[in-house]
Design a protein around this ligand. Structure first.
Ligand SMILES: [Ca+2]
Ligand SMILES: [Ca+2]
Length: 562
């Protein structure tokens, strides 16, 4: 009998493919591999939400706090949630009772750029799989927490780490790499989720060889077509946010980070495929199309933001709110640009996006200067004030899409930076920037703003401003949207109007996306609370402004009072 129960609990490819529709589970990052973060559940709604109260709270414990960016997963009454410092917990989803925990033994000298965070796990078969700060993947038995397999992604002493939730689609476990500030080589890897065995590797920097089943599988791009000299060998483009998968196009989409180093004058050219979206065929491990948001990125805009596929006007499209301040709508099958518009108030680096060529209309004088060029003294180039700041119009906090309203709910931030370039040479395991910067708020009264964006018109239908920068994600559920704030509130608003209908103080800042599911006839909402992430570490004047916020580490779960 026990064996049968075990078999029935296994997560299959079909279950993952249906995840967005099955309301009794959250099997994947994004509530489905399209990453829409939408649930059709309406048991909790604007009429009864005044009865939404905590069901339980669970502490990650220990002395390890810092940023908690994890999205919980729910399967057969169990919650799987990762914590800071490469920890993972299995809990009873109804009561919060701890079933087991696994603490990965981290070596001295790990180099996470942006706090000791993790964004969540993946489920497959009887396994729960997550990435660690020393660039490993660990697969554990869902029942016992026993390690079933462990594989190294890369060398942490060269700056590699892993923080994203793995993507599982077409029977493959797809992951990227973190470490874009250290001159790593961005790539997407596909493994057998049951064993961890590598199936294919696709680098996303021009000139690097791909592999499939242990054999060479073609060089990415054309060597030196868009990179000068040897610069592609330490070209960055880290795929640190993980990917999405669309069952209709059969493609996996990964965002790629900044080219290395930040000083763009050292690498004249577009620097493919950095600061781009790349669409990869999981069957072949080949790039099918790419779209580059910021060619020759000189602002650390990255291009890692999630690509969310959706239907509009009879077309299968994908949308991305880029760190560079523009919202892009592309044909999901071929990458053709359909629409692009700013979703923040100020973009100094480009006046807009040319819809014919797909390229930004650059403002050349607003690019930080060459240290050896005009206005430079050899050691420091001309400083410019740039907006958005490198922390982005939107950063890692995922947006949601509601098929009911047709709107995207984007956690946006309004900030700028003073930025200048410096000379730099690559050194293994050292920051590879060649730039200095100070982030500053643009407005006195707010930095964050949750914006409901119409992908057809570019119109912001409503917004809810927030004093601190938003750093959590959004959940669209029924006719509501939920999101957290660094000030500690989990908030809910009417998806059509933005009217706040509920909020709850969780005791620390929220920098993670909420989830929802049904269990035994009741709808639950969960979110992880624990302030941290890149803002306190890199935020300059903004970090000073929010230095009163307290760290934490707990899961909060809510349901309607009967
Ligand atoms: Ca589901
Ligand atoms: Ca970066």
């Amino acid at each position: 009998m026990a064996a049968t129960a075990h078999v029935s609990a296994q997560v299959t490819d079909a279950m993952i493919a249906n995840d967005a529709k099955t309301t009794d589970s959250v099997l994947s990052n994004g509530l489905g591999t399209q990453l829409q973060r939408h649930s059709p559940l309406t048991n909790i709604n604007a009429r009864n939400i005044n009865r939404l109260v905590p069901a339980w709270s669970m502490s990650f414990g220990g002395e390890k706090q810092r940023g908690q960016q994890s999205q919980p997963l729910i399967h057969k009454g169990k919650m799987f949630v990762t914590g800071s410092y490469s920890r993972i917990f299995a809990l009873d989803a109804k009561t919060g009772k701890k079933l087991w925990k696994y603490e990965h033994r981290l070596p001295e000298g790990i180099m996470p750029c942006c706090d000791v965070i993790n964004r969540g796990a993946a489920l497959y078969d009887n396994l729960v799989i997550f990435g660690t700060l020393d660039a490993q993947l660990v697969a554990l038995d869902q029942e016992t927490g026993r390690v079933v397999w462990r594989e190294r992604i890369d060398d942490y002493s060269a700056g590699y780490s892993y923080t994203a939730a793995p993507l599982i689609a077409e029977g493959l476990l797809m992951t990227g790499v973190s470490g874009g500030e250290f001159g790593v080589i961005g790539r997407v890897e596909a493994r057998d989720p049951k064993t961890g065995k590598m199936v294919w590797v696709r680098p996303v920097v021009e000139g690097h060889m791909g592999y499939k089943d242990g054999k060479e599988n073609g060089i990415t791009g054309t060597t030196n077509a868009s990179w000068p000299g040897e610069m592609w060998k330490t070209g960055g483009a880290a795929t640190w946010m993980g990917g999405s998968y669309d069952p209709k196009t059969g493609l996996a989409y990964f965002g790629t980070g900044n080219p290395g180093p930040w000083n763009s004058h050292l690498r004249k050219g577009d620097n493919l495929y950095s600061s781009s979206t790349v669409a990869i065929d999981p069957k072949t491990g080949q790039i099918v199309w790419h779209y580059q948001g910021t060619p020759n990125d000189g602002w650390d805009f990255d291009g890692t933001n999630e690509f969310v596929t959706f239907d509009m006007d009879g077309k299968r499209l994908g949308a991305k709110a880029d760190r560079n301040g523009f919202f892009y709508v592309l044909d999901a099958a071929n990458g053709k640009l359909e629409n692009a518009f700013p979703f923040v108030t100020k973009t100094t680096w480009a006046t807009g996006i040319d819809l014919k060529t797909g390229r930004p209309n650059f403002v050349p004088e607003n690019r930080p200067g060459d240290p050896s060029g005009e206005g430079g003294d050899g050691n420091k180039g001309k400083a410019v004030f740039a907006a958005p700041a490198f922390l982005g119009g939107k950063n890692q906090m995922p947006m949601a899409f509601s098929p009911k309203t047709g709107l995207f709910y984007v956690p946006a931030n309004e900030w700028g930076m003073e930025i200048w370039n410096e000379p730099i040479t690559y050194k293994k395991g050292a920051a590879y920037l060649g730039a200095g910067f100070t982030i500053k708020p643009l407005y006195d009264d707010y930095i964050g703003s949750l914006r409901a964006i119409n992908p057809k018109t570019g119109k912001i239908e409503w917004e809810v401003k927030n004093e601190a920068p938003l750093w959590g994600g959004v959940l669209s559920v029924g006719d509501l949207v939920f999101w957290g704030t660094p000030e500690g509130y989990l908030k809910a608003a009417d998806a059509k109007t933005g009217k706040i209908v509920w909020q709850f103080q969780t005791g620390s800042g929220i920098v993670a996306p909420p989830v929802t599911w049904m269990q035994d006839g009741e709808q639950y909402i969960s979110v992880v609370s624990g302030w941290g992430g890149a803002v306190p570490l890199w935020g300059g004047e903004v970090a000073k402004k929010v230095n009163f916020l307290e760290q934490g580490g707990s899961v909060w779960t809510f349901k309607l009072l009967k």
